[in-house]
Design a protein around this ligand. Structure first.
Ligand SMILES: Nc1ncnc2c1ncn2[C@@H]1O[C@H](COP(=O)(O)OP(=O)(O)OP(=O)(O)O)[C@@H](O)[C@H]1O
Ligand SMILES: Nc1nc2c(ncn2[C@@H]2O[C@H](COP(=O)(O)OP(=O)(O)O)[C@@H](O)[C@H]2O)c(=O)[nH]1
Length: 405
């Protein structure tokens, strides 16, 4: 094939560099912000965005029925992640904001906010430096599907959505014991979370809207809305049972928000199977190669093929095979490099087994720039291995291995 028609060779370093430095995610986040903010001059905006390096700040939405603990969990997460908590109350209380003043006026009259006004309050707050740098946690927002869609059109996309759930009867009962500290805004409970300090105990007040009737009405409204909101957040929702101690809910929430979702970045699997002889490396490698279209690279097979082809490396290997001594690692690495650099391995990825067999070989492979991104160690009990190897038979024609019997 002449050079003009030969397929373009992608150096293996390229996909590896992109994965190691999250280049795809970097570009994706910058493009997202560019299209959302639509700055006058994109260049300084992109430079400032990249220098800010805040692609992984918290962007969390906490939803749930009344008394499920949204605010409690949101406040604990805010403290733990050093982020910003946004609730309808905190947005309306914002000073020096005409939008917030309009919202307060409207809320005093109608005890509710129009969707667009609430969403514009959210947008105004998320544009502030602290939310950009330290991320945000939306407590109980969005309340309706219309708000969820409006927030999305403004380009506000959460990375994690937590939905608390508990039986209505539990929540109605629980809400009766809700108490708030008017000085700090901290939330307590007469049974589940009573402050030790008598000074705080004495100043706690029962907030409005915690009666059985009021909670039941709010529950009805929540159930009607939540089923229409969730389809806005496919793949990033985690439902946590709120009918358990606060601390347990909090740690499940914290664990979830600290996970990083698989990105859409192109991913080339470079799989390494380690394990003792007879542990099933060859079998699993063949299954993985078939299922995921990977190149099955068996080190032992490669060396035998090099000798059969009477290649330069094959002639270097032959004496070691004839004397049944270990082939030097640097020769094995040269044969391996020749194979792993071929187009099919670079494009489709590979599953390697039979090398490395020790730390030195692993360091050599790493130093040559061959870094697996999935490593599996097949751990099999010793007698199972003995049984397998004694019963193992290999087809001399296909090289396939089977257990006798
Ligand atoms: N897992 C829990 N177990 C027991 N009590 C809880 C739990 N989570 C929260 N509480 C208590 O339930 C009451 C309501 O909690 P919180 O205000 O955080 O819920 P919420 O979902 O924000 O409610 P609302 O939507 O009405 O504001 C509080 O007294 C809080 O201490
Ligand atoms: N029962 C059982 N046998 C297996 C399994 N994996 C491999 N074997 C058999 O065990 C023997 C050793 O497997 P092989 O893949 O050659 O092991 P390798 O030396 O690690 O490559 C073969 O005869 C396989 O058919 C397994 O998961 N269960």
């Amino acid at each position: 094939m002449d050079a003009t028609t030969a397929p373009h060779r992608i150096p293996p370093e390229m996909p590896q560099y992109g994965e190691a430095n999250h280049v795809f995610e970097l570009m994706q986040n910058m493009l997202e912000q560019l299209l959302i903010q639509q700055p006058e001059d994109p260049i300084p905006f992109m430079i400032e965005h990249l220098q800010r390096d805040n692609d992984y700040v918290p962007k969390i939405v906490i939803l749930g029925p009344p008394a499920s603990g949204k605010t409690t969990i949101a406040m604990w997460l805010r403290k733990h992640l050093n982020s910003n908590l946004l609730s309808v109350e905190s947005l309306m209380a914002k000073e020096y904001s005409s939008l917030a003043a309009d919202a307060r006026t409207h809320y005093q009259k109608f005890q509710t906010l129009p969707d667009m006004l609430l969403v514009r309050l959210v947008q105004e707050r998320l544009r502030e430096e602290d939310c950009v740098r330290r991320g945000w946690i939306l407590d109980g927002i969005p309340e309706t599907r219309e708000q969820a869609l409006l927030i999305q059109t403004l380009g506000v996309s959460p990375r994690h959505v937590i939905v608390l759930s508990a039986p209505d009867a539990v929540l109605i009962e629980r809400n009766l014991g809700k108490r708030i500290d008017p000085q700090t805004g901290e939330i307590y409970h007469t049974i589940f979370d009573w402050p030790p300090e008598s000074e705080i105990q004495n100043r706690l007040i029962a907030p409005a809207g915690i009666s059985e009737g009021e909670t039941a009405r709010r529950l009805l409204e929540y159930h009607r809305n939540i089923v229409r909101i969730l389809p806005s957040y496919p793949k990033i929702v985690k439902v946590i049972t709120a009918d358990q101690p606060c601390v347990d809910v909090f740690y499940q929430a914290l664990t979830y928000v600290q996970t990083i979702h698989r990105s859409n970045a192109p991913f080339t699997p470079r799989v390494l199977l380690c394990g003792p002889v007879g542990s099933g490396k060859s079998l699993q490698a063949a299954l993985l190669a078939e299922k995921y279209g990977l190149v099955n690279v068996c080190c032992g097979q490669l060396l035998k093929e090099a000798m059969a082809d009477k290649s330069k490396y094959g002639e270097m290997i032959r004496p070691f095979f004839e004397k049944e001594t270990a082939v030097p690692s640097y020769i094995i690495m040269k044969v391996l490099r020749q194979r792993l650099d071929q187009q099919d391995c670079v494009e489709r990825g590979w599953v390697l087994h039979g090398f490395p067999r020790d730390r030195d070989q692993a360091c050599l492979m790493d130093s040559m720039g061959y870094k697996p991104n999935r490593v599996f160690f097949l751990n099999v009990p010793f007698d199972s291995i003995i049984e397998r190897l004694t019963l193992r038979r290999t087809d001399p024609v296909t090289g396939e291995r089977k257990i006798l019997g």
